[in-house]
Design a protein around this ligand. Structure first.
Ligand code: CLR
Length: 381
């Protein structure tokens, strides 16, 4: 039924919210939403989804050939999608509106070394507030793996759904035993947020995303929902093509939130039905004041406990403080300085790799991680 997932008292504010989305395009984060749809988690936590299966990430470094590395990257990538796109439905009951990070907000975490897979560390920083842009750096030094990227969104409304175009890209760098390195450009799928009318939003992935290796191997991943090639939601098909060729040598198919198989051998390719490993963070008392869980702790508690009055009061406090900060910076002529990332107008690695499959856009800006810490990650262990 329409509005089924909406608490009675919030029905009219949900309708108002839907109307405001419909007549709006750009930055959804600035729209006021009814309390039932608010998530207590900030968008700066989302890059952690890249590593919730640390063994699959580490396995990329153990693959022995160019082809096997491309397969390992594809397998890891597909296995992150469930966390990235369905975990809020599982944990919170539906997709929700995440907290909109403040400029300079930080998120640090790690996954410990278990069974020789090496420790993986995560550094996230909100590098822009208007529009919201989140940069991240994920590294497993003992395996020689680095994933660096940034994430922003452009939203529009169509046919009752929110369409989210992801802006940004990720580059995975793999150090090889012979001293060389291989790079992978990971492009991001388009999202459609369905179920709005019922007050129980969920994500479906659409169109195509790519993983281009510097060796020439290319993975093309096509996403479909209910009623398309397999008839099931969260379906995908992926093909792997060798350098200078358009004939796939590997084909995979399945649903990214459960299992998929290798179409040629019939063997299981991905299986994410087992438990994933959430990121480890240090205790709130040890956190820097800009670290997400410390910064938002009172707002988050309000949302979790249904005390929306406190949540909104605490949120206003943070927003006012931010406005004051910007005014002070302007008056002093000293603009905000990013903690960990430097902005560059065009990313040469992106340009080289995107050209290999005629992807678009041909050039994109990026945020480069700086190895000089201004603050010490509280989760560093
Ligand atoms: C952020 C980058 C992650 C993948 C990801 C998953 C869910 C997306 C999120 C990104 C961006 C913000 C997002 C969210 C789903 C809903 C939310 C689009 C792309 C919007 C801002 C909130 C809409 C409000 C409705 C739920 C009513 O790697």
């Amino acid at each position: 039924l329409p509005g089924e997932g909406v608490p009675t008292a919030q029905k009219s504010s949900w309708t108002t919210f839907l109307k405001s989305i419909a007549s709006f395009s750009g930055d959804l984060s600035s729209l006021t939403a009814p309390p039932f749809i608010l998530s207590p988690i900030s968008l700066t936590e989302f890059p952690a989804y890249w590593c919730e299966r640390p063994a699959l990430f580490a396995a990329i470094a153990d693959a022995q050939t160019e082809q096997d590395r491309s397969i390992a990257v594809l397998k890891w990538f597909i296995s992150t999608l469930k966390g990235q796109y369905t975990s809020r439905n599982e944990k919170l009951g539906s997709e929700k509106k995440p907290l909109n990070p403040v400029l300079g907000e930080l998120f640090y975490g790690f996954w410990p070394d278990v069974d020789g897979r090496g420790q993986t560390n995560l550094v996230v920083e909100q590098v822009s507030h208007h529009p919201p842009i989140t940069a991240y750096y994920l590294s497993n030094p003992s395996k020689g793996l680095v994933l660096q990227g940034h994430s922003a969104q452009k939203t529009s409304f169509s046919g009752g759904s929110i369409i989210v175009k992801q802006i940004g890209h990720a580059i995975l760098t793999v150090d090889l035993p012979d001293g060389g390195k291989e790079e992978f450009l990971i492009t991001l799928p388009r999202l459609r947020i369905d179920g709005l009318w019922y007050g129980s939003p969920y994500i479906e992935l659409t169109e195509t995303s790519y993983i281009q290796s510097s060796t020439g191997w290319l993975s093309t991943i096509e996403y479909k929902g209910k009623g398309y090639f397999s008839g099931r939601s969260h379906s995908f098909k992926a093909v792997l093509t060798p350098p200078e060729s358009t004939t796939p040598v590997k084909r995979y198919e399945g649903v990214w939130h459960e299992t998929s198989k290798d179409l040629d051998t019939g063997e299981t390719f991905t299986d994410v039905t087992s438990i994933k490993e959430e990121v480890t963070v240090g205790p709130i008392e040890n956190m820097h004041e800009f670290e997400s869980r410390r910064l938002w702790q009172h707002v988050a508690r309000g949302i979790r406990e249904g005390d929306y009055e406190t949540a909104s009061k605490e949120k206003s406090k943070i927003e006012n403080e931010q406005r004051q900060r910007r005014r002070d910076e302007q008056a002093a002529g000293t603009p905000w300085k990013r903690w960990h990332f430097e902005h560059i107008e065009s990313d040469p690695v992106y340009e080289r790799l995107v050209k290999m499959f005629n992807g678009s856009p041909p050039t994109e800006d990026t945020y480069v991680y700086q190895h000089n810490y201004d603050v010490t990650p509280s989760a560093a262990s």
